[in-house]
Design a protein around this ligand. Sequence first.
Ligand code: GRF
Length: 224
Amino acid sequence: MTNDTKSASQILVLISGSGSNLQSIINACNSGEIRGKVVAVISNVPQVKGLERAAKAKIPNMVVNHQRYSSRSEFDDELCKIINRFNPDLVVLAGFMRILSKDFVKKFEHKMINIHPSLLPAYPGLNTHQRAIDAGDREAGATVHYVTSELDGGPCILRAKVSVHLEDTAADLAKRVLEREHIIFPKVVEWFCDRRITLNNGVVFIDGVSVPKAGLLFEDSSEH
Ligand code: GRF
């Protein structure tokens, strides 16, 4: 299938780092799995690999360095102004490591999604993999969710599980989880661009059917 540019959704991606999730979304747009187009990439951190990935894919990319703003609201206002120039249908937080204000989140309600490297509601915030290992968890994973003003607390859409091995370091686990992130994040973007997902009164619907509070579980037979 090729992209129908007329009806393709406009996707804007916010990053702070390596951008491997961004890359998985670019790839899925290029292959036609996602009927959408990444129209811009914005990083709050200069010179990160994700910006190189965007440039390589010829996607407009820019830095809005939060360190140059004296307050969170000043940064958020500037970010909002730039995002609005692109009038995106979907704003994707792909490893965007910055807490956004309530006002900002409100402006993009129902059209902003994030990926978090844990099985939410477990371990919102940072160091998710080490926390899972320290707790002796047997499984870990990642969750794609709508963004609300509650940190990593928005309605869950899709999650994927991986096993935690006895000898795992946080880096080992992060690597295994990231592989699953690269599958479930483009999948949700695909559903969104196909207008298959909606959010109604805090409940996520896919094809009109409500999904469980923890999100749908991505089943993958290759994971042991
Ligand atoms: C991912 O694990 C994501 O879940 C987390 O930060 C990491 C970003 O990776 N929020 P990348 O920048 O997409 O490679």
